[in-house]
Ligand binder design. Structure first.
Ligand code: UGA
Length: 441
């Protein structure tokens, strides 16, 4: 099938590449000529495990190409995906400027194309958009004389760091349509990915749009819930890791997404929780739970700093701390809304010298902090002379370090384990002062 993807950000590029991999003829469009130039010469503008190889192979085999020419790509395509960014506006709403600009450009490109040629066309919104946006996209297309073009909502559920696997083996595919013909085109497109009896769920565009927000809201709620329980464990001398297991065996609760930490970050949860709160505000529904989830997370981002401050007390200014992990989670270079940034800001403000290491995100952090931080190429390099280590992101390489080497390198044997990756008993036996999240310290 001929597919055009508008927007070669994270979602657009993964979607386009995976659709090419399943044999479709995919053209990815972006209005940023630099991005297109990088992609045309075999590079990719983001870090995502496995993506570079997949882009290169599909480009080489002629199934995947890149162009700044939206009109030509749209005219040749049967399916047009809108996958541009929806950043947070000042009111907390999703900013739909890019989505609507693209919808208008698609309408402009298709207005002279006779209905039905070269087959039913469907414009599909992949971007996360507030409920009601697809209806507005349809209105805009109609205003350009393209009322015959179907509009569909098809939210994505990709996790950064595992996006290819998530696309290739989705738990489910959700599409929101007005006419069943549009759903059938999408069913055909996704059939290769649903061979293991994964469901293809058809609903209205409004329900599909809402599904995306409800999914992220539920996941964010789980994290704020476990973080709140962890903070209570800290105060009452219980260990959240045992509590987590104790509740997880109840199948109604389960184990997934209940790991406490320094708060959720990234480009999705913080923005989507704000957006759902904004949708409530517009409809006079206070959404108390969502506001609490958001507030708990804001406070959680300060928890590591509070533990550091409590430990060093008056001596904090002038100390040196090592930070392992800067990205908002492992296997990405993404630092948007990362808890590490909140911690770094608070440490610098308190007069602490900060030495950092991250396997992928250092360049992005350097863009913000320049020479205010010391950047170490290797994890152990960050520890030299430091008065303590804070593990902020649980990259796999931090899980089994050589504690004897660490003891030699650190000036003070103190570990703040922001992701509960170490065994508190073992570390204390080895002579470290250990602080976890909710480990009763
Ligand atoms: C999230 C969702 O998981 C995807 O399903 C969704 O498609 C995506 O947002 C999106 O809306 O596009 P992502 O932001 O890539 O994906 O990252 P997650 O793996 O979900 O992690 C989000 C944050 O929650 C991270 O900061 C992570 O450290 C934190 N987290 C996650 C915890 O603190 N504890 C957990 O148990 C799980």
């Amino acid at each position: 099938m001929k597919v055009a993807i508008i927007g070669t950000g994270y979602v657009g590029l993964v979607t386009g590449t995976c659709l090419a991999e399943s044999g479709n003829d995919v053209v990815c469009v972006d209005n940023n000529p630099k991005k297109i130039a990088v992609l045309q010469t075999g590079g990719i503008p983001i870090y995502e495990p496995g993506l570079q190889e997949l882009v290169a192979r599909n480009a080489r085999d002629g199934r995947l190409s890149f162009t700044p020419d939206l009109a030509a790509a749209v005219r040749a395509a049967r399916l047009v995906f809108i996958a541009v960014g929806t950043p947070q506006s000042d009111e907390g709403d999703a900013d739909l400027t890019a989505v609507f600009a693209v919808a208008d450009a698609i309408g402009e490109a298709l207005k002279d194309v006779p209905p039905g040629a070269p087959g039913a066309r469907v414009v599909v919104t992949k971007s996360t958009v507030p409920v009601g946006t697809n209806a507005k996209v349809a209105e805009r297309l109609a205003a350009k004389g393209c009322a015959h073009v179907d509009v569909a909502s098809n939210p994505e559920f990709l996790k950064e760091g595992a996006a290819i696997e998530d696309f290739m083996k989705p738990d489910r595919v959700v599409v929101g349509v007005r006419r069943s013909e549009a759903a059938e085109v999408l069913r055909e497109l996704y059939a290769p990915f649903l061979r293991t009896e994964r469901p293809f769920l058809v609903m209205t565009p409004e329900s599909a749009e809402m599904t995306k927000y409800a999914a992220n809201a539920m996941l964010a709620t789980k994290i704020s819930f476990i973080n709140e329980m962890a903070n209570l464990c800290d105060r009452l001398g219980a260990d959240i890791n045992d509590v987590r297991k104790g509740i997880g065996h109840d199948q109604r609760i389960g184990f997934q997404f209940l790991f406490p930490g320094p708060g959720y970050g990234g480009s999705c949860f913080p923005k989507d929780v704000e957006a759902i709160i904004a949708m409530g505000r517009r409809t006079d529904l206070p959404l108390e739970l969502m506001r609490a989830v958001d507030a708990v997370n804001d406070a959680q981002k300060r928890v590591l700093f509070e533990k550091v401050r409590a430990h060093y007390a008056e001596e904090l200014a002038g100390k040196t701390l090592a930070l392992w992990g800067l990205a908002f989670k492992p296997r990405t270079d993404d630092i948007r809304e990362a808890p590490a940034l909140t911690l770094i800001d608070a440490l610098l403000e308190a007069g602490v010298k900060v030495r950092v290491h991250d396997p992928e995100a250092t360049a992005n952090v350097r863009e913000i902090y320049g020479d205010k931080l010391h950047y170490a190429d290797r994890p152990y390099g960050a520890l030299e002379g430091a008065d303590g280590l804070v593990v902020v992101t649980e990259w796999a390489e931090f899980r089994n370090p050589d504690f004897e080497v660490m003891k030699r390198l650190l000036a003070q044997r103190v570990i703040f384990d922001g992701r509960n990756v170490y065994d508190p008993k073992l570390l204390r036996q080895l002579g470290f002062t250990y602080y976890g999240i909710g480990r009763g310290a």
